[in-house]
Design a protein around this ligand. Structure first.
Ligand SMILES: [Zn+2]
Length: 511
C-alpha cells in the first residue's frame, strides 16, 4: 500500500503544464457532492483548484473567464470506457471531452492492454487530453496464459494468471475487470474469478464486472458477482446495469433489492449505467456457447432475446454499405433466413479480420432489448453512477452519454435533478473508484472542470451520426488546461495516468 501512496504522491508532484492562473467568474457552482448549486467563482492555479466560493482572490496576471451564468462542475469521470487503443490514435479524445468527460477508466469487460506498467509508460511518453485509469482484464490475463482454450484453468495456469495480475496491481491497476460473456472469460468458472479477485483485493483493489448473463439467467449472474464481494471484501461494481431480455422487463426493482440486501450485509456494492435502451457489442456475443457455426444458439437468441429486426449493424468493415441496416433487412435483401444471414456475416467479418489484423473492431452490432422503465429505475438507485461504455464511434453513447443525461433525463424528463446527476458523474464516481483528488470542486483537488449551459446541453450523436458533437458544453479543463472550447478540441494533452488509490478496509456489519 505504501508503494501505491508513493505512486499517487509522485503523480501529484509531477510538473504540470505551464499555464496562467485562471479565475472563472459568474458561474453556478455545482460541486459534485449533490448539494444545491450556488453562485460563485473558482480560481485555478498550478493545475489545481486554488479557491472556490462566492468570491475568490485575484492576483495580477490572472486570466479572467466570464462563465456567463452557466454551470461549472467537476469534469465528468467515465467509469467504463473502451478508448484503450483509440485514445492513442486520437489523443484529443473528442468522444470524451465533447461531453465534458475529463477522466476515463479503461480495461473494461475483461479486456485490457497488459501489462499496466506499459500503459503507464506509454501515457507518460504520449499523453492524451484526459486522465486515464485502468483495470486489469481477466480475458487478457487468461489469454496470456491459456490462449482461447475452453477448458478450466489448472492450478499452474491459475498461478500464472495471479502473478500477472499481482504485477499489474503493483503498477497501479485499479483492480480486476471481468467480461464473463466474452471469449475467453466465458470459459472460466467462479473458482478462477475468485482466485484472481483475491489477488486484486490483497492490493486494496476493486472488482468491476460485465456479469455472466444480463438476460434469462441474470439472477444467477448477480449472485456470482456478489460472491466476489462477499469472499474478498473489496468494492464490487456491476458494469452497465441492465435487463436485456423482454420477458424479464420490470424486474429492475427485484435486482436492486438483492444489491441493497448485500449492501445491508456490509458489502460495498455499486453499479454504473449508460442512458440508452440499446446496447452495442460484438456479433459473437449472441452465441451463448461460442460455437460460431452453430445456428441453434442464434436462432434461440432471435426467438427469446433479440429478434433480428432489433439488431442493427453499426460497424462492418467488410461491407460498410450494410451499416445502419437490421439483420432482418439484410436477410430480406439477400432472400435469406435471418439466422443464415447472421452466420454468413460473422464468417465475412472473420475473414476480413484475418486479412486486416490491425483493424479493430471489424464489426459491431446494437440490439434494442431493454425497457425505458428499467433504465430509469436503475438510474435512480442511489449507488449508480454514469458511464459511457463507449467506443470511438458506433453506438452514440461514446460521444453523448453525459450530455444525454443532462439534456434528456435532467432537463426534459426530470428523472434526476441537476445536482444529483452531476454527483453521479463526478463525486459519487470518484468515491466508488477510490479517486481521491478529483470529482469535487474543492481547493487542492485537480482542476478538471466542465462549464456547460444547463438550458441547451444536449446529446447530438445518433446511430446514423455517432460522432456528432454535443450541444451546450462550453469549455473543458483537464489539470487546469483548457482542452475543449467552441465545439472543438484544442490539440493539447494534459491528461495523466491515474494509479489506483487503496480503498478503506472492509468491515462486515454482521457475519
Ligand atoms: Zn460490457
Amino acid at each position: 500500500m505504501s508503494l501505491r501512496i508513493l505512486l499517487l504522491t509522485t503523480a501529484l508532484c509531477l510538473s504540470l503544464p505551464a499555464t496562467a492562473d485562471i479565475v472563472v467568474t459568474n458561474v453556478r457552482l455545482v460541486d459534485g457532492t449533490g448539494t444545491a448549486a450556488s453562485a460563485g467563482e473558482l480560481r485555478i492555479a498550478g493545475g489545481l483548484i486554488a479557491a472556490v466560493g462566492p468570491r475568490v482572490p485575484r492576483e495580477a496576471g490572472d486570466e479572467i473567464v466570464d462563465g456567463g451564468g452557466q454551470v461549472l462542475a467537476p469534469g465528468f469521470i467515465d467509469s467504463h470506457s473502451h478508448l484503450d487503443r483509440t485514445m492513442f490514435a486520437t489523443p484529443d479524445v473528442p468522444g470524451a471531452v465533447n461531453q465534458g468527460v475529463t477522466t476515463i477508466i479503461i480495461g473494461q469487460d475483461g479486456y485490457s492492454e497488459l501489462p499496466t506498467a506499459d500503459l503507464n509508460a506509454r501515457l507518460a511518453a504520449s499523453p492524451v487530453a484526459v486522465n486515464v485509469g485502468t483495470y486489469s482484464g481477466h480475458n487478457d490475463l487468461r489469454r496470456r496464459v491459456m490462449g482461447d482454450r475452453r477448458d478450466l484453468a489448472g492450478d499452474g495456469q491459475l498461478l500464472a494468471m495471479e502473478n500477472l495480475l499481482d504485477a499489474d496491481m503493483r503498477a497501479g491497476s485499479m483492480g480486476l475487470s471481468t467480461g464473463l460473456i466474452y471469449v475467453p472469460g466465458v470459459f472460466s468458472d467462479t473458482r478462477e474469478v475468485l482466485a484472481l479477485a483475491r489477488v486484486a483485493a490483497a492490493h486494496g483493489g476493486r472488482y468491476i464486472s460485465h456479469i455472466r448473463n444480463e438476460a434469462d439467467q441474470i439472477e444467477a449472474a448477480v449472485e456470482e458477482f456478489l460472491l466476489v464481494g462477499r469472499t474478498t471484501g473489496m468494492p464490487v461494481k456491476l458494469s452497465h446495469i441492465k435487463i436485456a431480455i423482454k420477458s424479464k422487463w420490470g424486474q429492475a426493482p427485484a435486482i436492486l433489492a438483492r444489491l441493497d440486501q448485500a449492501r445491508a450485509e456490509g458489502m460495498d456494492v455499486t453499479a454504473d449505467i449508460y442512458p440508452y435502451i440499446y446496447w452495442q457489442t460484438t456479433m459473437a456475443a449472441l452465441f451463448p456457447d461460442k460455437n460460431f457455426n452453430d445456428p441453434t444458439g442464434v436462432a434461440r437468441n432471435f426467438r427469446e432475446t433479440t429478434p433480428p429486426d432489433t439488431l442493427i449493424l453499426t460497424t462492418f468493415l467488410a461491407d460498410p454499405s450494410l451499416v445502419g441496416k437490421s439483420i432482418t433487412q439484410i436477410a430480406a435483401s439477400r432472400g435469406q433466413d435471418p439466422v443464415k444471414t447472421y452466420l454468413d456475416l460473422m464468417a465475412q467479418a472473420a475473414i476480413y479480420q484475418m486479412q486486416h489484423p490491425d483493424q479493430e473492431p471489424v464489426e459491431r452490432i446494437v440490439g434494442f432489448s431493454m425497457s425505458e422503465q428499467d433504465l430509469t429505475t436503475f438510474l435512480n438507485w442511489p449507488h449508480t453512477n454514469i458511464c459511457s461504455d463507449g467506443f470511438d464511434g458506433g453506438h452514440p453513447r461514446g460521444y453523448a452519454t453525459f450530455t444525454r443525461i443532462l439534456g434528456h433525463y435532467v432537463r426534459e424528463k426530470h428523472v434526476l435533478g441537476l445536482e444529483q446527476a452531476v454527483h453521479r458523474m463526478t463525486g459519487l464516481t470518484a468515491a466508488h473508484l477510490g479517486i481521491i483528488d478529483r470529482g469535487l470542486l474543492r481547493p487542492g483537488m485537480a482542476a478538471d472542470l466542465v462549464l456547460f449551459d444547463p438550458d441547451t446541453v444536449a446529446d447530438r450523436a445518433s446511430l446514423t451520426d455517432s460522432k456528432a458533437l454535443s450541444a451546450g458544453i462550453t469549455r473543458v479543463w483537464v489539470n487546469g488546461v483548457p482542452v475543449y472550447e467552441g465545439q472543438r478540441t484544442l490539440g493539447v494533452h494534459p491528461g495523466r495516468f491515474l494509479p489506483a488509490a487503496p480503498h478503506a478496509p472492509w468491515v462486515p456489519k454482521r457475519r
